[in-house]
Write a protein that binds this ligand. Structure first.
Ligand code: ADP
Length: 492
């Protein structure tokens, strides 16, 4: 919307102040004109109003037009000032122009010239304002780009990177200084090969569908979702980091593959045994029948364990796990667990278990089921990854303000670089290395998370080819102490 122009007319001659606005209003549609009889009043008005132009007589009592020009430039630097000079006052006119006047008009005023000059001045002032507004908007956009989460960069027509926002630097790890001014192909390794597949539209908006492409940043593969918009200066690309999402997608599909495989193995064993038992044409002796039923029971247990591991991991993720407080007899618990393991791992009769626990231990308070789960997972791994005839040990001792369990095996061990990662969800060290030993990669994740919930932690030391030792430290409180505190609370 074009606003009506507003000008200020300054003259000590009341007749002119009356006549000139009339003439201007006739010629300049909708123009608003304020008048001042002296420079001081004019300056006051200038302070209040951002006029499109000021027209002032040069000769006035008190402050003259030239002084007003100088003051006005201070108050409103962009406002054009037209000065009216007397006939033949060329020197003054030149002085006015030197002093920054937009134009001068000689008396007697040539109205056509005056109106045309004033129109130009108003137009120029408008353009100036627009440029200033655009500059502010651009600055705002630039500031916005400094703060957006998406990476944004500009590649000019000579393929040089001209802009690189902080998000681009954060996502790629490439600092602005190392990228801006450089050819895009040297900064972004692999860009040349993928740029053809990156959609570039002529205007921003939903028409620009992003492409998902990999970049090589310092030997690290970075997946980005990127699209571009063509501008006069070059192409502006905006991108998002998809590396984690892709890793998660990969993890998910690996998980589905692992779990399906893990479920299928016991299922086919159960199915096979059941089919054999149902056959009418084959005589199944009692001993074989017992063995087949044993396999069915054992494999069903395995299925249950896999499913409850998945559920438990999910529950741990959702943070919805409640811990019970029960009295636990640790020495008895350890003995029971080892007994259970022996029974459930009938196929690994070659493994011998060693228990190192005091004959009697003061009962502690904690969640027995969760503790059992941690120890079973660790013992199960110790057996799974043990060679033929391996020895698996479990010890329990009171240590400082808590209890320490140590589970050892003489199995294939874990490469040092993997010690941290094996506690990750679904993480399995190269399944080829573990020679087809099954697993979901959830066991250690569950152990670590459960121990954390109990304010303890699990750690590992291991030597490849020699075996592994898992240590679980839990601040389990002696039952008597807990009881005393409970009583104290009740009586307080
Ligand atoms: P899984 O179901 O694969 O056993 P875990 O989370 O229990 O999942 O273990 C993760 C990985 O850590 C295993 O795949 C295995 O490679 C390694 N691992 C765990 N315990 C042992 C161990 N006692 N000896 C050797 N490797 C082990």
């Amino acid at each position: 919307m074009i606003e009506t122009p507003r000008i200020l007319l300054v003259d000590d001659d009341p007749a002119l102040l009356e006549a000139l606005p009339e003439a201007l209003r006739l010629r300049l549609d909708g123009i608003e004109i304020d008048t001042s009889e002296n420079a001081d009043d004019a300056l006051d008005r200038l302070r209040e109003t951002d006029y499109d132009a000021v027209v002032s007589d040069i000769k006035m009592p008190g402050m003259d037009g030239l002084a007003l020009l100088a003051e006005a430039a201070e108050i409103r630097p962009g406002t054009p000032v037209l000065l009216i000079t007397g006939h033949g006052e060329h020197d003054l006119a030149v002085q006015a122009l030197r002093g920054g006047a937009y134009d001068f008009v000689q008396k007697p005023i040539d109205r056509d010239y005056f109106v045309a000059s004033l129109e130009r001045a108003v137009h120029m002032r408008r353009l100036d304002r627009q440029v200033a507004e655009q500059r502010i908007r651009l600055e705002q956009h630039a500031r916005l780009l400094e703060h957006v989460d998406n990476g944004v960069f500009l590649v000019d027509k000579s393929e040089i990177v001209r802009y690189w926002n902080p998000a681009a630097a954060a996502i790629t790890g490439l600092a602005e200084g190392t990228v801006v001014g450089q050819p895009v192909s040297t900064s972004l390794i692999g860009w040349d090969g993928i740029v053809a597949g990156v959609p570039v539209s002529s205007e921003p908006g939903p028409s620009a569908r992003d492409a998902t492409v990999p970049l090589d940043v310092d030997g690290r593969e970075l997946w980005i979702s990127v699209s571009g918009v063509e501008l006069e200066e070059g192409i502006v690309y905006a991108f998002r980091n998809l590396t984690e999402e892709r890793a998660l997608d990969k993890l998910k599909s690996e998980f589905v593959a692992t779990v399906s495989h893990e479920l299928r193995t016991p299922l086919s064993a159960i199915y096979g045994c059941a089919q054999t038992l149902r056959r009418r044409d084959v005589e199944v002796d009692v001993e074989t029948k017992e063995r087949l039923l044993g396999v069915i029971a054992q494999e069903s247990e395995r299925l249950t364990r896999i499913v409850s591991d998945i559920l438990l991991a999910n529950q741990l993720d959702a943070g919805g796990l409640r811990l019970e407080r029960q009295q636990i007899d640790l020495a008895q618990l350890v003995a029971e667990i080892v007994e259970e393991m022996r029974a459930s791992l009938a196929s690994r009769e070659d493994i011998s278990f060693g228990i190192d626990a005091p004959d009697w231990m003061a009962p502690v308070v904690g969640d027995e089921d969760k503790l059992r789960q941690i120890l079973i997972n660790l013992l199960d791994n110790a057996v799974k990854y043990s060679p033929e005839g391996g020895q698996v040990g479990i010890s329990v001792e009171v240590r400082g303000h808590g209890i320490r369990f140590v589970i050892t095996d003489q199995g294939l061990g874990i490469p040092h670089g993997e010690h941290h990662r094996i506690f990750g969800k679904f993480y399995r060290v190269d399944p080829n290395l573990t020679r087809g030993v099954g697993g979901t990669g959830l066991g250690l994740y569950i152990c670590r998370e459960l121990a954390r919930r109990m304010e303890g932690h699990v750690s590992v030391t291991s030597q490849e080819g020699k075996g592994s030792t898992f240590v679980v430290d839990l601040p389990l409180e002696p039952a008597r102490q807990a009881e005393e505190r409970g009583t104290a609370r009740q009586t307080a």
